[in-house]
Ligand binder design. Structure first.
Ligand code: PLP
Length: 284
């Protein structure tokens, strides 16, 4: 497939950045992942708004305008004839002349790379069966609202999940679920309230989270933003996760204990349908 690297479209296997790139040396960079459905970007304005916020929080300047970034994303989709999948985008503080912690002093341009991958999110088997999650301690830094490429804690969490045959790891802090390794965590209470943790520095403000909450509220469903425990999730009617790369996926077990009778529940199923409809109707 074709990748984009700092102004050029090149085969992914030839796409390279310097060993001095600060993304490589310090994880000094930000990323975004947008879904592609029927060749169109899903909720992309929301992802690029979060990108602008993330880069602002680490004082990193985008090398292109958001308008130009959108054009590059679209050109990459076209060049790869991508119908369904993901566009990955990463911007780092570029390559300085050596390995110095403070920002480059000279006029070093931020590095921008993008590539795509195929994924049939709508027809994923795991959306029908539901997924198992395991819980792990949340060992990340204190600015999880920034979509930083420093993902070692999530690499370890998701590896532990993979080894346990689970589809996601839910991270725990002070007895409460923060979020999934690469997703937002939700439960549905016995009286049908959709619960997800409030946005703060403790979690990434999910774009899918935001869209699903708005779509639910439009349909007069009750949504509550607050932290919840694993015990509460196990006693809940349903649990599910959201992310750009999976939309809405039911959670049917936590640490080997069934949730919602071990089957995808009606609320997660309905929210998934509503989100897919939204994604199809609003793609650009
Ligand atoms: N939380 C974390 C830690 C993530 O990495 C992600 C996505 O990668 C999400 C939540 C979900 O965010 P979004 O819905 O914007 O994909």
């Amino acid at each position: 497939s074709i990748a984009y690297v700092n102004g050029s479209f090149v085969p992914l296997s030839d796409a390279k950045v310097s060993v001095l790139d600060r993304g490589f040396l310090f994880a000094d960079g930000i990323y975004e992942v947008s879904a592609v459905l029927d060749g169109k970007l899903v909720d992309n304005a929301s992802h690029l708004a979060r990108l602008e916020r993330s880069v602002g929080e680490i004082k990193l300047k985008l090398p292109e305008t958001v308008g130009r970034i959108t054009e590059i994303q679209k050109e990459l989709i076209a060049r790869n004839k991508l119908a369904n999948g993901l566009v990955y985008l990463q911007v780092t503080r570029g390559a300085d002349t050596g390995r110095d912690f403070p920002f480059p002093k000279g006029d070093v341009k931020s590095s921008l790379v993008m590539f795509t991958s195929e994924k049939d999110i709508v027809n994923a088997v795991s959306a029908k069966t539901g997924i198992n999650v395991i819980t792990v301690p949340d060992i990340r830094w204190e600015r999880r609202d920034i979509k930083s490429v420093a993902l070692l804690a999530q690499v370890l969490a998701k590896q532990a999940a993979a080894e346990a045959g689970a589809g996601e790891a839910w991270m725990l802090e002070d007895g409460f679920v923060t979020e999934g390794g690469s997703s937002t965590a939700f439960i549905v209470t016995q009286d049908d309230v959709i619960v997800t943790r409030q946005n703060s520095n403790a979690i990434l403000p999910g774009c899918t989270r935001k869209a699903v909450m708005a779509l639910a509220e439009e349909r007069q469903l009750r949504v509550e933003e607050r932290a919840f425990t694993v015990a509460e999730a196990l006693a809940a009617k349903e649990a599910f996760i959201t992310s750009a790369s999976s939309f809405v996926q039911p959670v049917v077990a936590i640490d080997g204990k069934q949730v919602g009778g071990g089957k995808p529940g009606p609320m997660a199923t309905r929210l998934r349908e509503i989100y897919v409809e939204f994604a199809k109707a609003t793609g650009v």
